[in-house]
Design a protein around this ligand. Structure first.
Ligand SMILES: [Zn+2]
Length: 281
C-alpha cells in the first residue's frame, strides 16, 4: 500500500485508488493530482491500496479486498491483512474510494448506511447516480463511516481516469482540502434490493440498461437463450454478462433525486413519482 500525504498535519481526508488491481483509474487520477503539486488548505492522504494486484493487472491476488473489510491482521490471505491496514489508515477520515466497471461508461457513486457526512460528499460528486448498497454491503469499503466510492467509468479507459480525477477534485473541494466550489448535480438515488446471481456454466446476455426501469413482464436478460423475466419493476445496477463469474448484477429501486429521496422506509413508487414531477417535498 502506498500512502502519499499532501499538506501539513494529520489528514482527516483520504482518497483510495486501486482497491481492485484491474481498475487502474484511481491510481492514475492520484498520480495526475500529485503531479500538479497541489496547494492545499488542509492535509489529505492519497492511497494506492492493492499494489500487488495493480502490478499484475488483476482484481485481487488472494481475496477480494472490497469484500474483506474491516480485515484481519493475522489472516493468511494478503488482501485480508491489507484490508486491516487500509481500515486503520482511513480510520477517522472522510474517504473517497475509486473504482471502475465493465457495465457502465458514466461515473456513479456507491454508498451504504447513508449519513449526513456521506450525503454531503455524494451530493457534490460529478455523477448522475448514487447507489445505496446497504442491503448487500458485505465487507465493502462503503460500510466504513465517512466512506463513499465512485465507479468512474469503463475499466481501463482514459475516460474513467478523467472522471476519477474530476471526482477526486470535487471530493477534495467538498472536504475543504482544495479551494473552490464543488458541483451540485443532485444525482438520482437507487437503493439496491438484492443481487442477481449467475450459474457459472451458462451463457448470459443482458437486454436491460443499467439505471433504466425494467417493467414487470419485461425480459431483462437471457440465459442460454431462455428469457429472464422481471416479476416486479426494478432498476438494474452493475448488470453485465461479462463483469463477474457468479454475479449478473443487482436489482435496485429508484428513490428520486438525492436531495428529496433516500429514506429507505419511504414508499418507492411515491418517491419516484414525486421525483419525476417536481422537487416540491
Ligand atoms: Zn472495484
Amino acid at each position: 500500500m502506498q500512502v502519499h500525504t499532501v499538506g501539513e498535519g494529520d489528514p482527516g481526508v483520504a482518497v483510495v485508488g486501486a482497491v481492485h488491481g484491474d481498475e487502474p483509474c484511481g491510481a492514475r487520477a492520484i498520480e495526475r493530482f500529485l503531479a500538479t503539486d497541489p496547494e492545499v488548505d488542509r492535509p489529505a492522504k492519497l492511497i494506492v491500496a492493492n499494489e500487488r494486484a495493480l502490478e499484475r493487472g488483476v482484481r485481487y491476488v488472494e481475496a477480494d479486498l472490497n469484500r474483506a473489510l474491516p480485515g484481519d491482521p493475522e489472516s493468511d490471505l494478503y488482501e485480508e491483512r491489507l484490508a486491516h491496514a487500509l481500515t486503520t489508515e482511513v480510520a477517522g477520515c472522510l474517504s473517497l474510494g475509486i473504482h471502475s466497471t465493465v457495465s457502465y461508461d458514466e461515473a456513479f457513486a456507491n454508498v451504504a448506511y447513508l449519513n449526513d457526512r456521506k450525503r454531503e460528499i455524494a451530493a457534490h460528486l460529478p455523477v448522475t447516480s448514487i447507489v445505496d448498497f446497504t442491503a448487500v454491503s458485505d465487507g465493502r469499503s462503503v460500510e466504513l463511516p465517512g466512506f463513499v466510492d465512485i465507479e468512474a467509468g469503463h475499466q481501463g479507459s482514459e475516460e474513467a481516469v478523467d472522471n476519477a480525477y474530476d471526482c477526486l477534485v470535487a471530493f477534495l473541494r467538498t472536504t475543504g482540502v482544495l479551494g473552490g466550489d464543488p458541483p451540485t448535480p443532485d444525482p438520482g438515488l437507487y437503493a439496491v434490493d438484492e443481487a442477481i446471481y449467475k450459474e457459472p456454466t451458462r451463457t448470459y446476455r443482458v437486454h436491460a440498461e443499467n439505471f433504466e426501469r425494467v417493467a414487470p413482464g419485461e425480459t431483462f436478460a437471457t440465459v442460454d437463450g431462455d428469457p429472464l423475466v422481471a416479476d416486479d419493476a426494478f432498476w438494474p445496477v452493475l448488470m453485465s454478462a461479462a463483469g463477474h463469474d457468479t454475479l449478473l448484477g443487482y436489482r435496485s429501486t429508484y428513490r428520486g433525486p438525492l436531495s428529496t429521496g433516500g429514506d429507505p422506509t419511504a414508499d418507492a413508487t411515491g418517491a419516484a413519482d414525486r421525483a419525476s414531477d417536481a422537487t416540491d417535498d
